[in-house]
Design a protein around this ligand. Sequence first.
Ligand code: ADP
Ligand code: MG
Length: 235
Amino acid sequence: MSEPLIKFSNVNKKYGHIHALNDVSVSFDKGEFISVFGPNGAGKSTFLKLLCTMTSPSSGDIFYEGTPLKKLKDDFRSRFGVISHQPFLYSELTAMENLTFYAKLYGVQNIEDRIKELLGKVELYKRRNDKVRGYSRGMLQRLSITRALLHNPYIVVLDEPYTGLDTHASDILTKILVELFDNKHTIIMVTHNMKQGFDASSRLAIIRRGKLVFDEKRDNVTLDEFEHVYTEAVS
Ligand code: ADP
Ligand code: MG
């Protein structure tokens, strides 16, 4: 057996006296799409931040294809595409200028073609020369998805990406996620949207009070069963 893509081994994260993540051991393989659910304050965002090396554990180890976090080279971060509430966009620049800036930062090849391709997918191509300041929330979110995917990261991490999206933007996001999944990217998404998360993913997890209390292949449960499990798990 080859090493899992990402492996948590007894990972703890404490912020002062708050035990945000409590002794979590779990592995993810390439090509999985994991949807993570749980109440507010459960430790979901902390889990994602640890996973994409934005923060490090208080104790325990995280391994990436067998290599411990401490021994990773800096360029490892470029394997991740992170989509969170923060758009990381400059409001005084146009979409094209924002994306060109990030594409150069990430060392993307054929920058113009790549940007055009992605802007087409998120239906912002016509607005490419407008300043981001005038964008709606849905447009901003779509542009921030584009920014996160510019360098074709093979691990995509999303923290409540559907929050605040209108139906149109949600549908575009789902379409993009399905396509990434088909192309064997690994996706880890925190969401409160039970149906979207269930339908899209191959694996379901629930975090409660810093603990991973449920972890199952999606095909082993129905949506009804999962909703029931969730209600039981968080009550
Ligand atoms: P979730 O994403 O599930 O809502 P978080 O991972 O954001 O949960 O937070 C888990 C716990 O850790 C919460 O009690 C939160 O207040 C706390 N926490 C998260 N980040 C920090 C931080 N940077 N400093 C102090 N406490 C934090
Ligand atoms: Mg959160």
